[in-house]
Design a protein around this ligand. Structure first.
Ligand code: FCB
Length: 498
């Protein structure tokens, strides 16, 4: 199915390249084709960046060093029964001590940009108050090492490790947390903005709000799977909608604080796991239905940020449980961003057009729909084309990064010491092919960050689900690039699907 449009697209790209050549002597046409040269089939545009992504809590370890405060994930991971096998992230991938080796590793696998997160409780151990210079120094050392290696730093300010002291005062249920986040964001833009040009604000609204504050049930192979995150609450609808509001408010306040405190020219925006509706069959009606569905499914997150309002359907569904808000809040939430990061793992739904008021009908995933190792991870690489394309068609977003994409696999080290992760390579190639379809069609995707550089602490799944391009032996901390790392290096070197 999905290969047909890809082929059609490639044919179009080949056609226009040929046209560009034959019309070269015609002044007007030659000028316009020179301004927007089309990449060769399979290639990404010039300047497209190739990166890997990680997050502080999942790799750093050293949870009690250099004055770091506790985060909600420390608390959660040490609560019996929450993490598979009773794992915790006290040591994780020991990156805090091994960051130099890890930067070298990135260089070896051809990484040009690195998306990492700053642990808020290393900088402000109690969330607010006096900054902790020793915690900040770690990120200075890391950025120094990256720049020396020619790798561009893309820090993320919030990847879920809320200081526990703020949780004790209400966490994201309180508007004060949004203000505290903005203060921390402004501080970081001042502290690192001389050498980092691009900041991601908040990672994944849905994961923070819904998974963290109620937990979700999803269906895989016809079976229900429950997923929960720290702080592990089960809020009412009203409570949950208020948390959702406070988190997007934090996004807007942080953008304002970064603009106020940071050097001119610093760019920022969120990194979100947008819920993407994919047209089940590519007809104009279904393509439109999928756009409508994506807009509605993200009404409390990206849609509110990009439109400065909650949709009528969102407010109607919330009814008396709608969040407390002011008109000023909506202005803050929609503070203009420079780019949008998308974490793409799977479609939220396949949809078709419908006569119903909503305009779309989601198709249930069949019981035999293939999935990757993680229980939630249904396979649907088309999301890599549709998510960025819908950002462009719905909201005319001008700069997009794929801030995460990857999969867990049952990686095994062979007797010869190699990890041949055929499924990850399959996953990667198919997702890149769909992304390339988007860039070839003029969707402004500026780069791709693979999740993840190396195996790490995968939240409630502990160390069982390995997402790395690099295998980590958690007993010895030895790193071994998997075959997928060689695939990544080749794709990055050629700037193409390989
Ligand atoms: C994303 C998270 C990231 C990682 C991947 C597998 O939702 O942002 O930290 O766990 O899933």
């Amino acid at each position: 199915m999905s290969s047909n449009p890809t082929r059609r697209d490639v044919a179009r790209a080949v056609g226009s390249a040929a046209l560009g050549m034959t019309t070269a002597p015609l002044a007007g046409l030659a000028a316009s084709s020179a301004e927007s040269p089309k990449p060769a089939p399979g290639k990404f545009p010039d300047g497209f960046t190739w990166g890997v992504a990680t997050s502080a809590f999942q790799i750093e370890g050293a949870v009690r060093e250099d004055g770091r405060g506790a985060s909600i994930w420390d608390t959660y991971a040490h609560t019996p029964g929450k993490i598979r096998n009773g794992d915790n992230a006290d040591v994780a991938s020991d990156h805090y001590h091994r960051y130099r080796d890890d930067v070298r590793l990135m260089r070896e696998i051809g990484v040009k940009s690195y998306r990492f997160s700053i642990a808020w409780p290393r900088i402000f151990p109690r969330g607010v108050g006096q900054p902790n210079a020793r915690g900040l120094a770690f990120y200075h050392r890391l950025i120094d090492a990256l720049l020396e290696a020619g790798i561009e730093p893309f820090p993320t300010l919030y990847h879920w490790d809320l200081p526990q002291a703020l949780q004790d005062k209400g966490g994201w249920q309180s508007r004060d947390t949004a203000k505290a986040f903005a203060d921390y964001a402004g501080y970081m833009a001042r502290a690192l903005g001389d050498r980092a040009n691009n900041f991601f604000t908040i990672n994944e609204f849905f994961s923070i709000v819904d998974i963290g504050h109620r937990g979700i049930d999803t269906v895989v192979d016809g079976r229900k799977v429950r997923i929960e995150h720290a702080p592990g609450l089960r809020l009412s609808n009203a409570g949950l909608n208020q948390v959702r509001h406070n988190v997007v408010l934090a996004q807007g306040l942080a953008v304002q604080a970064i603009r106020a405190g940071g050097r001119a020219g610093i760019k920022c925006g969120p990194a979100d796991n947008i819920s993407t509706a994919v047209p089940a069959i590519e007809t104009p009606e279904n393509i439109r239905a999928a756009e409508i569905a994506t807009r509605e499914m993200n009404a409390g997150g990206l849609t509110a940020i990009l439109e400065g309002k909650y949709s009528a359907a969102y407010l109607a569904a919330a009814g008396k449980d709608a969040p407390d808000l002011t008109a000023e809040d909506l202005k803050i939430i929609s503070s203009p961003v420079d780019f949008i990061g998308l974490n793409i793992y799977r479609p939220a739904a396949y949809v078709v057009a419908s006569e119903a008021a909503s305009g779309f009908r989601p198709i249930a995933f069949s019981k035999s729909h293939p999935h990757m190792l993680s229980s939630w991870h249904l396979l649907g690489p088309e999301a890599m084309y549709w998510a960025p394309r819908q950002l462009q068609s719905l909201w005319n977003v001008k700069e997009i990064y794929i801030t995460e994409n990857g999969c867990a696999a049952r990686d095994e080290m062979s007797a010869k010491g190699v990890v041949d992760d055929s499924d990850r390579i399959m996953f990667l190639r198919n997702h890149l092919a769909h992304l390339q379809r988007a860039t070839a069609a003029g969707v402004p995707v500026k780069g791709y960050f693979h999740w993840s550089l190396m195996d790490n602490f995968e939240w409630s799944d502990g160390f069982t689900n390995r997402f790395g391009l690099t295998y980590v032996d958690f007993k010895t901390q030895k790193r071994t690039p998997k075959l997928s790392a060689a695939y990544f290096r080749e794709a990055a070197a050629k700037n193409a699907v390989v």
